[in-house]
Design a protein around this ligand. Structure first.
Ligand code: 5GP
Ligand code: MN
Length: 336
């Protein structure tokens, strides 16, 4: 645990209306959960803040309290840059290097901001003034809850903030089933229920509001796209740009697809490789000893967690698949 938080809630009141909260590119449930939890918490405490995301995010997160007040940098650069220039305090949530947020990160480097980093990824870069970081936390949302209770004042965790934190807990732990789920995660969840988060309602909003097109894509994917290699220990799946177009794929539609491969008996590592035309994007998941983050960092300029990581490639889809298969050879000892 790296914890250098020194400020109190009183100190933050002086920054009201000068606080920007941001998170990673294509934010997921934990990224939006932690950002909007902080936004709603501040609102309850009488502190004004602005959530600015580098890009848009999946529509299954649009129900979250505060979503309507989020500003998306991509496409609104001028408005966002004005707010960032005038801000004094920046929260970076669920990522640990400004380089991960592309153009927005480059702009932020030109601003005069005090930076607070709250995150659960490995090896944070040194760009912050205060931090609450732990790779043992299931999610950034778990750390946000700790931030509110141990450093600020838990009384402002209202129902809105509780719903947001609960969202990050369930999306980053696979609904409390991954190894990252600890007794602390469950205690935090219990506290959120006491504060008005209703599990069945949140689960429904996140997982059971699919578009029929997404289910059809899923059916096609399961039927045609998953192959087993390395004697059934690795599941590999790809999606081409044509396929993405054919099924009218939107941000978030392929979320979770990499887990299908990992659910096959005997599979220790699953990869999903998607040709997003500008870039080939890759997701890796593993059970047990296969270090997805090192594999992603060494071969695909990526990173993440031990059992869940990602990366990208500038090669064609076919060449990326070949590179992936070759790279696996050096990692065969983790597949035994
Ligand atoms: P996903 O496969 O869901 O996109 O990402 C899984 C995990 O890997 C997340 O924790 C995410 O932060 C990390 N990750 C995904 N893509 C990249 C990447 O290109 N670079 C780095 N450093 N981490 C990534
Ligand atoms: Mn996370």
């Amino acid at each position: 645990m790296q914890n250098t938080i020194k400020h109190t809630l009183e100190d933050l009141k002086e920054y009201s209306d000068k606080i920007v909260i941001t998170t990673h590119h294509k934010p997921d449930g934990d990224a939006m959960g932690s950002s909007l939890a902080l936004y709603n918490y501040f609102k309850a405490a009488g502190i004004k803040s602005k959530v600015i995301t580098p890009t848009d995010y999946a529509d299954f997160l649009w129900w979250m309290p505060g979503h309507e007040d989020v500003l998306v940098y991509e496409g609104n650069e001028e408005d966002a840059e004005k707010i960032m220039k005038e801000a004094k305090l920046l929260y970076c949530l669920d990522f640990n290097a400004l380089g991960r947020i592309n153009d927005m990160g480059r702009f932020l480097e030109t601003c005069d901001l005090r930076i607070i980093l709250i995150d659960h990824h490995r090896d944070p870069q040194d760009f912050d003034d205060e931090r609450l970081c732990s790779i043992n936390a299931s999610s950034t949302c778990e750390l946000i809850h700790q931030y509110f209770t141990a450093h600020l004042d838990p009384q402002f965790i209202n129902q809105e903030a509780a719903q947001c934190i609960y969202t990050g807990l369930i999306t980053d732990t696979g609904s409390f089933r991954y190894d990252s789920t600890s007794s602390t995660t469950i205690r935090v969840a219990a506290d959120l229920l006491d504060r008005g988060a209703v599990p069945s309602v949140i689960y429904d909003k996140i997982f059971d509001q699919n578009r029929l097109e997404r289910l059809k894509l899923m059916g096609f994917f399961l039927q045609n796209k998953i192959e087993l290699i390395e004697e059934g220990k690795v599941a590999l799946a790809t999606l081409t740009t044509d396929e993405l177009q054919k099924f009218n794929v939107k941000t978030g539609d392929t979320e979770g697809f990499v887990n299908f491969g990992l659910s096959i008996a005997g599979v220790k590592m699953s990869a999903l490789i998607i040709d997003r035309s500008v870039l080939v994007k890759m997701s890796f998941r593993s059970k047990g000893e296969f270090p997805c983050n090192t594999f992603a960092a060494e071969n695909f300029n990526g990173g993440g967690h031990f059992n869940a990581a990602g990366g990208a490639s500038n090669l064609s889809l076919e060449d990326t698949v070949e590179k992936f298969k070759t790279a696996l050879k050096d990692y065969s000892k983790y597949l035994e």
